[in-house]
Design a protein around this ligand. Structure first.
Ligand SMILES: NC(=O)c1ccc[n+]([C@@H]2O[C@H](COP(=O)([O-])OP(=O)(O)OC[C@H]3O[C@@H](n4cnc5c(N)ncnc54)[C@H](O)[C@@H]3O)[C@@H](O)[C@H]2O)c1
Ligand SMILES: N[C@H](CO)Cc1c[nH]c[nH+]1
Ligand SMILES: [Zn+2]
Length: 432
């Protein structure tokens, strides 16, 4: 039986955007579609107070941004990008192509073709999320994407040097200092100065996520990667101090970020509540984390770990951290999560920033039907067929004639009839 030690009013299961987001996004996309660069500039001024001569950075501007960074930052960006690249390369190896002769004379095959042009969004409203550049751009390049146009906001009119460097070193072909709906809309529909892409990738706030949702169909999107979520499953062996630190690590993303503890131990739950209160005091991002914890934080007490895994699966949280005596057990017991973090030696922030797995992950229940961004999202798995003998063609033709007529598809049936008749050196009855 589950009970609550702390229950917020709004939970992660709320599938709708905050009020007004949908309408705002619709209006911005419509204006970018009809007015192009003029609308992009007007909305950039309105939402970001940013209206440079050109939104696209020149090579000189990129070099200047890199030069302003400490050497260690540049080194760290390169190290993390190698980690992301290594993992993406491993994923690439799991994508197989094949060709098989399934019947004599019938050859079927599967090929993997990279998407041609991708728009990579790197968030930057609250924090310059340069790590998202590694995740979206490095992975696209490992997949073989030819053109990556990357965008990030210049929040408060400040050029985010580290994000620019990360986008550049990740291999972006074009870098735009542009944020929010106007950025993803411009990339998707194209403007006088920005060529349209085929696919949008990257995380973002509720506006960015909603914009991708509305543009889906016109372009492909990676997944619904909105405001960050964390859920921790813990038993009595967990350290309350560490649990509190890890919950707050994600709550600081934004006031709409849920942080949930599911535990079998009432004592642990109560200690975590106290720890969070005391740790919030010294946190520089306190205002945001406190609001997130107040409005979206939960501590749920369950009878045993079986129930804990079931509750966690119901939430289908973006990140699930397992702090129990036997964390690996969750690999067999859980099915709905964006990424799983096993044991106290790891943490969600490793995945966010350094370890090499992708941090662009499903939110708001999307983990029920998708995993996170990976090399395969940038690749179209297509099929082909070749029938190399007239005998095989005739057999399939006869089968097609019957199968299509069962559905009243006379035109389709005739394509089959013709193949069957050709093999016998004849014309179909309907052709004479
Ligand atoms: N799910 C994931 O994989 C994942 C990964 C990283 C980050 N995130 C999330 O990304 C988000 C980043 O958010 P952010 O806000 O810091 O940066 P952001 O870049 O996503 O959004 C900033 C932009 O939002 C637009 N905007 C802000 N207020 C607006 C309004 N009232 N109307 C219209 N547009 C408006 C502005 O144009 C601004 O440039 C966080 O919620 C974080 O949790 C998710
Ligand atoms: N927690 C985010 C994924 O939802 C990723 C991130 C990047 N930087 C900090 N955090
Ligand atoms: Zn994070």
């Amino acid at each position: 039986m589950r009970t609550s030690l702390k229950n917020a009013e709004v939970t992660v299961s709320d599938p709708t955007s905050p009020p007004g987001v949908r309408e705002t996004v619709e209006a911005v996309i419509a204006d970018v579609r009809s007015l192009g660069d003029e609308a992009v500039r007007a909305y950039s001024e309105k939402f970001d107070n940013w209206s440079p001569e050109s939104f696209r950075l020149s090579q000189e501007q990129i070099d200047a941004a890199i030069a302003r960074l400490p050497e260690q930052t540049v080194e760290d960006i390169k190290t993390v990008q190698r980690n992301v690249e290594r993992f993406a390369q491993l994923q690439l190896q799991s994508l197989s192509e094949f060709e098989a002769e399934v019947e004599p004379g019938v050859i079927l095959g599967q090929k993997n073709i990279p998407i041609d042009a991708v728009g990579a969004y790197v968030p930057g409203g609250r924090y310059p999320l340069l790590a998202s550049a590694h995740m979206t751009i490095v992975t696209a390049k490992v997949a073989g994407v030819r053109r990556v146009a990357a965008a990030t906001p210049a929040a408060g009119g400040v050029i985010p040097d580290a994000s620019v460097a990360a986008m550049h070193f990740a291999g972006a072909d074009e870098i735009y200092l542009l944020g929010g709906v106007q950025a993803v809309a411009a990339l998707a529909v194209g403007t006088e100065t920005i060529a349209p892409v085929d696919f949008l990738a990257g995380p973002g706030n509720a506006y960015v996520a909603e914009a991708k949702r509305q543009l889906f169909g016109e372009v492909g999107i990676d997944l619904f990667a909105g405001p960050t979520e964390v859920l921790i499953v813990a038993d009595e062996s967990a350290d309350p101090f560490l649990v509190a630190v890890d919950l707050l690590s994600q709550a600081e993303h934004g006031p709409d970020s849920p942080a949930i503890l599911v535990t079998t131990s009432k004592d642990l739950g109560q200690q975590v509540l106290k720890e969070i209160d005391s740790q919030l005091v010294g946190l520089s991002t306190r205002a945001v984390a406190e609001a997130a914890w107040r409005d979206h934080g939960q501590v749920i007490l369950v009878d045993d770990l079986t129930e804990a895994y079931a509750v966690a699966d119901e939430f289908a949280s973006e990140h699930v951290q397992i702090l129990t005596k036997n964390p690996r057990e969750a690999l067999d017991r859980m099915v709905n999560y964006g990424a799983l973090f096993l044991g106290e030696n790891t943490c969600v922030s490793f995945g966010d920033k350094v370890i090499g797995t992708n941090h662009v992950l499903p939110t708001r229940h999307a983990a029920r039907y998708t995993g996170g961004l990976w090399v395969g999202k940038y690749i179209k798995t297509v099929t082909y067929q070749e029938v190399t003998t007239t005998t095989a063609s005739a057999e399939l033709g006869e089968l097609l004639g019957r199968a299509a007529r069962a559905e009243n598809f006379e035109g389709h049936a005739r394509s089959g009839d013709i193949r069957a008749a050709r093999a016998a050196g004849q014309k179909p009855a309907w052709a004479s």
